[in-house]
Design a protein around this ligand. Structure first.
Ligand SMILES: Cc1cc2nc3c(=O)[nH]c(=O)nc-3n(C[C@H](O)[C@H](O)[C@H](O)COP(=O)(O)OP(=O)(O)OC[C@H]3O[C@@H](n4cnc5c(N)ncnc54)[C@H](O)[C@@H]3O)c2cc1C
Length: 450
């Protein structure tokens, strides 16, 4: 260890709401806070928005829909609708497609997502600071954050705010501020990361519904000793343009077989390299699949896709039982219709609520967004208060948009009432969300259409 000398740090700005992280949760939180008239800054380490959705090449929205008694409905609305319509106007949105015969997902183009998100935040007058890595906090006392410290090419800067919203996916800000958090399941096992990639040059006619035939071809190739795959349940699907397909095929582990931990730089370094190696191996196999003979890798994303790191502990932790039992909460602020999707060793295990018997979605309690121990902080997205199993479902984009919108709206309410997020009137938050076009469950009629 070495001692770092104390230093004076310039103040970049003073805001009412500061959001760390520009993924689906951060985008929605920033729009909601700014739209409510609050001086809002979003800080992002990359030069673009979208989080894992763009930085890790996810290219597919899950959790926007639910299978309600056998009928598909688009339940996540509000800010998500504003973003999707912009992506669509840029020609970057697919029609929803059926996954496992039970639920919808919706593919998008990453370039369109980035541009649409810039436009959305600009429209709502959110200030953005790109290329700034959140690096620590200065506390006013045990329970209040006074400044978020960021590292930039211009040196270290301090950002002051009344309320902070941690949408870093990793719970960075919450952890620095001293909020409690968990990592992994009972034994510390995390969901495995994946290196996504996209192919171009696929012959769509010849490839047909290759996602149905690829699992059997994988088994055959393994049995013949031609290939060895890190996991079953490969996802290979067409994007907006027929020749372009996304490939979710890899599973990145440490030498001991455990999932690479997104909080450990050494593990991430090896994970990035191993992820790319796995991508090339997957590509070599895919070139043997009819329709893929002339395909090529058009994109390897900027980073390894991280599904789970810290989950911050709040007033309620959404659990796997809540997801499977389609739980209701009096303080609901949105819904999740995505099943449990557990990326375990060598496989991906899906667990759905009973379909069509159940309504197919659980509500998301406001208490998930309010961390223990810190008064001027909210958390939204994949680092919100959920158990390992609950997070395996509600970490997907749809629920992250819903949580983000609720967190931004709650921050604005707390600011206008001069109170803490923990003490706002939840009914007022719920009314505000509904008025903005969000679906929060409860007694609201289920939105019709996809
Ligand atoms: C391989 C893979 C495949 C997936 N497939 C799907 C899918 O098909 N559909 C789906 O809906 N979801 C999918 N997911 C899940 C989904 O993409 C994420 O869970 C979701 O993006 C989480 O949103 P978020 O806003 O909470 O966090 P993130 O998307 O992780 O965004 C966090 C943002 O914060 C920034 N950030 C983090 N730390 C700092 C810091 N210290 N300083 C500054 N900026 C910081 C990051 O750069 C990032 O932009 C997948 C995830 C992975 C990894």
């Amino acid at each position: 260890m070495i001692e770092e000398p104390a230093r004076r740090v310039p103040v970049y700005g003073e805001y009412e709401a500061v959001i760390l992280g520009g993924g689906p949760a951060g985008i929605a939180a920033a729009v909601a806070a700014a739209r409510a008239g609050r001086r809002t800054l979003l800080i992002e380490r990359y030069g673009f928005l979208g989080g894992m959705g763009t930085a890790a090449g996810v290219t597919n929205f899950c959790g926007l829909h639910a299978n309600v008694h056998g009928q598909m409905h688009r339940l996540v609305q509000g800010v998500a609708t504003e973003l999707l319509s912009r992506i669509d106007r840029l020609g970057g949105l697919n029609a929803p497609h059926l996954v496992l015969g039970k639920i919808f997902a919706q593919a998008y183009d990453t370039a369109a997502y980035k541009i649409a998100a810039d436009d959305l935040l600009g429209h709502h007058k959110v200030d953005i600071l790109f290329h700034a890595l959140g690096a620590g906090v200065v506390m006013q006392d045990d329970k209040r954050i006074s400044a978020l410290m960021v590292e930039t090419k211009a040196g270290r800067l301090a950002v002051l705010a009344n309320i902070f919203i941690d949408c870093s996916g990793d719970g960075d800000l919450a952890a620095w501020a001293g909020a409690p958090y968990e990592v992994g399941d009972d034994q510390g096992h995390l969901l495995y990361p994946s290196m996504m990639f996209r192919l171009n040059g696929v012959d769509r006619q010849k490839a047909g519904e290759a996602w149905r035939t690829i699992p059997a071809l994988m088994e055959k190739a393994e049995a013949a000793g031609r290939h060895k795959f890190p996991r079953k349940a490969a996802i290979v699907r067409p994007q907006r343009h027929d020749a372009e397909w996304r490939v979710n095929f890899t599973q990145v582990a440490r030498k001991d077989g455990a999932a690479v931990n997104g909080l450990a730089p050494d593990e991430m370094t090896r994970g990035e390299i191993d992820g790319r190696r796995q991508a090339i191996e997957a590509f070599e196999f895919l070139r043997t699949v009819p329709g893929f003979e002339n395909s090529y890798i058009v994109d390897l994303p900027p980073q390894l896709g991280i599904r789970e790191t810290r989950r911050v502990v709040g007033g309620c932790m959404l659990s796997g039982e809540d997801v499977l039992g389609c739980a209701s909460f009096e303080d609901s602020i949105g819904v999740n219709g995505w099943p449990i999707e557990a990326h375990v060793t060598g496989d991906v295990i899906f667990k759905f609520p009973p379909i069509p018997e159940s309504r197919g979605y659980n509500e998301l309690p406001y208490r998930m967004l309010v961390p223990e121990g810190v008064d001027n902080l909210l958390i939204a997205g994949r680092c919100a208060s959920m158990t390992h199993e609950g997070q395996s479902a509600a970490r997907v984009s749809g629920a992250c948009f819903a949580m983000g919108e609720a967190a931004g709206t709650a921050a604005a309410l707390a600011l206008s009432g001069n109170t803490t997020p923990r003490d706002i009137a939840v009914e007022k938050l719920q009314q505000g969300l509904k008025a903005q076009g969000a679906f929060i469950g409860r007694d609201q009629p289920v939105p019709v259409g996809i």
